[in-house]
Design a protein around this ligand. Sequence first.
Ligand code: CP
Ligand code: NVA
Length: 308
Amino acid sequence: MTHFLDIHTTDAADLRAMIDSARAMKTARNNRPKGTPDDDQPLAGRMVALIFEKPSTRTRISFDVGVRQMGGQTMVLSGADMQLGHGETIADTARVLSRYVDLIMIRTFEEATLQEMAEYASVPVINGLTNRTHPCQIMADVMTFEEHRGPIAGKKVVWSGDGNNVCASWLHAAGQFGFDFTFTGPEPLDPERVWIDFARAHGSDVKITRNPEEAVAGADLVIADTWVSMHDPQSARERRHNQLRGYQVNEALMARAKPDALFMHCLPAHRDDEVTSAVMDGPHSVIWDEAENRLHAQKAVLRWCLGV
Ligand code: CP
Ligand code: NVA
């Protein structure tokens, strides 16, 4: 079964092929007159279940649109409205869903839920975000970087803030796509050691520094994400803001990166917390391309999972 669970557990050559396929599909689609029907319908006759146990704008809409553009159909399901939210096991849900649909995309809390779904499903499962990782996002992000600046291999990518799920998938990508990665943030919010070790073992020069100005020197790409993720308790909010205030990405910080450095944020953003509006709307920012590329990158992931 070809699941897409994480970047570090997917073959590097397959990841590269997916990025290239996403770019080719994007070019073909965006170059044709608006309103022209898609002639490439590799998902015709396929049904995809999109399960959300957390809120979503981009993941939900980009998967839904992507499947439809390729001729497939979708069901967008809220975990809370399924028996899943009322005590039915993940394993039983996976077995039942596999009798109805051709692929399951799930956004959930615990990584164990995703893994159990993948273990018991007899159709491919895609990770649409867990507390621990967000691989579809970083496929779109790598694609976005390469569209603007060419191959990401050998570049310097800097993360400023919380070493969260999105940061984890960036570390996986650093190992798989061969770029260097610097994390800057307070020590209690460092990314997991196991992800740092993965990236280093695959040749990435991973640096950790408490000094954001030092971190961004020579950066090709600077990234921010929310200071409080969906799985974090709201009670952590004030402490997080105090811990992370010094790691805001603003114009002064961007000015210390390379002059042509890009800025990314997976969104949703909290304007003027982790990043200023001046940076989000400024010349370094590629956040709208990044959001669009969720669609194209995930279409490539869907095709890879289904072998079509
Ligand atoms: N970036 C991202 O995954 O956005 P959503 O939470 O809106 O899906
Ligand atoms: N780190 C964020 C990403 C949202 C797309 C969260 O998990 O809430």
